[in-house]
Design a protein around this ligand. Structure first.
Ligand SMILES: [Zn+2]
Length: 483
């Protein structure tokens, strides 16, 4: 007698808290039982494998429209394929406001593209580039009510960056509406000044990307982002922390009780500034911001992960191809580094890299791994316990993981649209052999089977974690006023 639609049988279930032997019984796309000897209409053998919650990637750029009319090369179909191939079943991606335009100018188009293409479940962060009065008064409350509960701001990059006044307006709007804020922390003016001087000195090849934005530029902006968030009493997450100097600013604020969280990305464990010093344009393959750092930085970053300062590892998949004239060569064959698009691909490689370096490398345990790649991002972005764990009632998003399998990364295995991976040739131990999304097998032995449009939109309601703590200077809530 089959009680379940699907039983994942004989595996070792790993959550953010526990590791135990159990079959997983699924009905109607949800986990309903964790027990021994379950019988299902369909059985997936997990003997000798770990059964993990599906990866949750809360920082990835998919099919993002740019003001210059271009579209991020990774589509919802190809991006979802890469996610499923790498064991990720949920993403929070971005909708971007174009400067000088209302949010409503672009948001419906993002929603349409995701609805038609996504094969993983998805939510959005709304990028705010122009917090006009109409945006903060009318549009932000509307989009939060529609389930987009996080705003993303850039403190650097033309034409995205916000000055302190604009950043404060976004923080205040978030506090009024119960939204969360994520921040790209680098000092815009400092980078522009360094870039101009490097150009004046003829230092324009990709390796000088790192010189243009050293650690102190990130550290300063991280400190300022937190201080202003503290002024407003608005919780934030600092995106893609690349170095311990920035993490120390976060740790100090956390020790004061400030609600600030931090994310890093696999590229900061693996890539180094020296990777950008390769012949010709080859170094452009490793360009992202913040920049990859020096030889000792990754180990210091792992320390910050172990201490809990950094509790999420996302991909920041923000990728452009190497060949052709769209991606890294959009400004020609020999562009100065300032004209080369930033970003590296990482949707598929995220779990294998963090597992291999983290668990296999003896730096973190299995449950800590699950927390970094699934549980903590789900909690921080209001998706838990539907996502990020394996428990009765949670979505049946599962990864069957072969802990001892060694794989040499190739671009073909990544299954993304991008024509390269910065991890080409790197051997990792630990690999997803099957991905289950919503109770259906969506990837098996690298073969992805899912329908475009099968991914569900995840509206995010209010949740306790991001509630302001009520610590206001002089007890005065300046964010109550639209100024
Ligand atoms: Zn990003």
């Amino acid at each position: 007698m089959a009680d379940y639609d699907l039983v994942v049988r004989g595996g070792t279930v790993v959550t953010g808290a526990d590791t135990f032997r159990a079959d997983v019984g699924v009905v109607g796309g949800r986990v309903v039982a964790l027990a021994e000897n379950l019988q299902g209409k369909e059985t997936l053998d997990a003997g000798g494998l770990l059964v993990l919650p599906g990866g949750v990637d809360t920082h990835c750029h998919i099919e993002q429209l740019e003001p210059n009319g271009t579209i991020n090369e990774e589509s919802f179909v190809t991006g979802s394929t890469a996610c499923l191939a790498g064991g990720t079943t949920t993403i929070v991606t971005f909708a971007s406001q174009f400067k000088g335009h209302p949010i409503s100018h672009t948001l419906p188009e993002y929603r349409r593209r995701a609805r038609e293409g996504a094969m993983v479940d998805y939510g959005f962060h709304q990028i705010i580039t122009d917090p006009t009065e109409a945006v903060v008064r009318d549009e932000i409350p509307e989009l939060v009510a529609s389930g987009i509960r996080s705003l993303k701001v850039f403190l650097t990059y033309d034409p995205l960056h916000l000055d302190d006044a604009a950043y404060l307006r976004v923080l205040a709007a978030a506090r009024r509406t119960g939204a969360f804020v994520t921040v790209h922390c680098e000092n815009y003016e400092a980078i522009r000044w360094r870039q101009a001087a490097l150009m004046a000195d003829g230092k324009s090849t990709p390796k000088y990307h790192a010189w243009s934005r050293p650690r102190v530029v990130e550290r300063e902006a991280t400190h300022r982002a937190i201080a202003l968030a503290e002024l407003v009493d608005q919780p934030i997450q600092v995106f893609h922390v690349s170095c311990t100097e920035a993490a120390e600013e976060i740790a100090r604020a956390q020790a004061r009780g400030v609600k600030v969280w931090a994310e890093t990305c696999p590229q900061y464990f693996v890539l180094q500034a020296s990777d950008m010093d390769r012949p010709g344009l080859e170094g452009a393959k490793f360009m992202c911001s913040p920049s990859p750092r020096g030889p000792g930085d990754a180990e210091l970053l792992w320390d910050q992960v172990r201490r809990g300062t950094i509790d999420v590892v996302s991909s920041d998949h923000s990728a452009t191809s190497y060949e052709g004239n769209r991606g890294k060569r959009i400004a020609g064959e020999n562009p100065p580094f300032t004209k080369i698009p930033n970003g590296v691909p990482g949707l598929t490689a995220r779990l294998p890299l963090v597992f291999s370096l983290g668990v296999n490398g003896g730096r973190i345990d299995l449950n800590h791994f699950v927390r970094l790649i699934a549980t903590n991002p789900a909690k921080l972005f209001g998706l838990y316990p539907r996502k990020g764990t394996i428990a009765p009632g949670s979505d049946a998003d599962l990864v069957l993981w072969e802990a001892g399998k060694t794989v040499t990364i190739t671009n073909g295995l990544m299954q993304h649209h991008i024509d390269y991976t910065p991890y080409e040739g790197m051997a990792v131990t630990g690999w997803p052999v099957a991905t289950v999304k919503g109770g259906r097998v969506a990837m098996r032995d690298g073969k992805v089977q899912a329908e475009p449009g099968s991914g569900q939109y995840l509206p995010r309601g209010p949740y306790d974690m991001i509630r302001p703590r009520g610590a206001l200077p002089d007890g005065f809530d300046a964010s109550a006023f639209i100024v």
